[in-house]
Design a binder for this molecule. Structure first.
Ligand code: ADP
Ligand code: MG
Length: 325
C-alpha cells in the first residue's frame, strides 16, 4: 500500500543520507567486502550502491521490497534495530523514489532486476549483473514534494552522505568503501585488516593522516562497560564536533550524552569553541543499551547513563594527565 509506505518512509527516510545508510547497512548484512556508493545532486538525483555480497535470488526480489519482509534474524549482529523497523527500508524508498534493484545471487549464472516507481512494482526480469547487488535510487522524494522542500541543497546533502559513509566505514575496516559524486571521488578507503591495527589505519584515512600522531590512546573498563578510544591532544582540534565518531557495540551512534562527556573531559584544556577529534568505541552487554531507538536517528539509551559518562570523562582525563596535559 503506497500510502502506508509513504508514511513509513517519513519515519525511515529523512534525507539522501538516510537512504545511503540503509543501503550500505544492507550491503554489510549481505557480507560485502566492497561497497561502492555513487551520488548525483546530493543524492536527490541519484544514489547507487553496488556491493559484492550474497546477492538476492531472482524469486526473492519481490519479497525484498515487500513491507516487513526481512531475511534477517532478530539477533543479527549488524542489524540490532528493533523489530518494528525491520523490512521497512526498501519499501519506504520505493514509495518515495524510483527504485531499482539488480542482483545476482552467489552461485547463480544470471542476474535479475526489479523496479518500483511511486510504489508500483514491476515484474522481475533477467538482467546482466555481477555477483552481488546494485541498488539505484533516482529522484528521491519526487512522490512527496513536501518532503523535497525540506532538503538543504546539494552541498549540505552531499556532506551528510559523506559523513554517514565515513562513520560506517570506521566500524568495518576490512571492507573497501568508495564514494563518488558527479564531480570527483570523495572517499576511497582500501580494505584494511579487521583488527585494531586496521581500525587505526582506517581512522587515519578518515580523520586525517596526522590524526594518529596527535592522538592519545584511551582504554578503560567499569562494571562491564568497556571503552577504547583515540582522542586528540588539545592542539589538534576543530571548530565543530563533526570529527567525533562514537560506536556502541560496533554500531555508529550520534549521541548527545557522549558528545557532552567528551566536552566535559576537555573542559579545562580546550576553549569552548574548539573540539577534540575523537573515535570512541563502547562495548557493553546489549541488554544494557538500546541503540537505534528510532531508525533515522542514531540515539542510544543507556541503562546507566551516569556510568558511561563517568567512564568517558575519567578515562580521557587520565590519558590527558598521563601525557602531561
Ligand atoms: P531489512 O534490512 O530490515 O531486512 P530492507 O528493506 O532493508 O529490510 O531489506 C529487505 C531484504 O532485502 C533484506 O532482508 C535482504 O534479504 C534483502 N536485501 C536488501 N539489500 C540487499 C543487498 N544489498 N544484498 C542482499 N540482500 C539484500
Ligand atoms: Mg535494511
Amino acid at each position: 500500500d503506497t500510502m502506508v509506505n509513504q508514511i513509513a518512509a517519513g519515519e525511515v527516510i529523512e534525507r539522501p543520507a538516510s537512504v545511503v545508510k540503509e543501503l550500505v547497512e544492507n550491503a554489510l548484512d549481505a557480507g560485502a567486502t566492497r561497497i561502492e556508493v555513487t551520488t548525483a545532486g546530493g543524492g536527490l538525483n541519484l544514489i547507487r550502491v553496488i556491493d559484492d555480497g550474497s546477492g538476492i535470488p531472482a524469486d526473492e526480489l519481490p519479497l525484498a521490497i515487500a513491507r516487513h519482509c526481512t531475511s534477517k534474524l532478530a539477533d543479527d549482529i549488524h542489524d540490532i534495530r528493533s523489530l518494528g523497523f525491520r523490512g521497512e527500508a526498501l519499501p519506504s524508498i520505493g514509495a518515495v523514489a524510483r527504485l531499482s534493484i539488480r542482483s545476482r545471487a552467489r552461485g547463480a549464472n544470471d542476474g535479475s532486476e526489479i523496479a518500483v516507481v511511486g510504489g508500483e512494482i514491476s515484474r522481475p526480469h533477467p538482467a546482466p549483473a555481477n555477483p552481488g547487488t546494485m541498488v539505484e535510487v533516482r529522484d528521491l522524494f519526487f512522490a512527496t514534494p513536501a518532503r523535497l522542500k525540506f532538503m538543504k541543497g546539494e552541498r549540505a546533502e552531499t556532506s551528510a552522505v559523506t559523513d554517514v559513509v565515513r562513520r560506517i566505514a570506521v566500524a568495518f575496516p576490512a571492507v573497501r568503501f568508495t564514494l563518488s559524486g558527479s564531480d570527483r571521488t570523495r572517499l576511497d578507503l582500501p580494505a584494511e585488516t579487521g583488527d585494531a591495527e586496521g581500525t587505526l589505519r582506517r581512522l587515519a584515512r578518515v580523520l586525517g593522516e596526522e590524526f594518529p600522531a596527535n592522538a592519545l590512546e584511551v582504554e578503560a573498563e567499569r562494571e562491564g562497560v568497556r571503552l577504547a578510544a583515540q582522542v586528540s591532544i588539545p592542539s589538534f582540534t576543530r571548530a565543530n564536533a563533526l570529527q567525533q565518531y562514537a560506536y556502541v557495540n560496533g554500531r555508529p551512534v550520534r549521541d548527545r550524552q557522549i558528545a557532552m562527556a567528551i566536552r566535559a573531559a576537555y573542559q579545562d584544556v580546550l576553549p569552548r569553541d574548539r573540539h577534540a577529534v575523537a573515535a570512541l568505541f563502547l562495548t557493553l552487554d546489549p541488554a544494557l543499551v538500546d541503540v537505534n531507538v528510532h531508525p533515522a536517528k542514531a540515539d542510544v539509551r543507556f541503562r546507566d547513563p551516569g556510568l558511561v559518562r563517568g567512564l568517558i570523562i575519567g578515562a580521557i582525563r587520565q590519558a590527558l594527565a598521563g601525557a602531561g596535559i
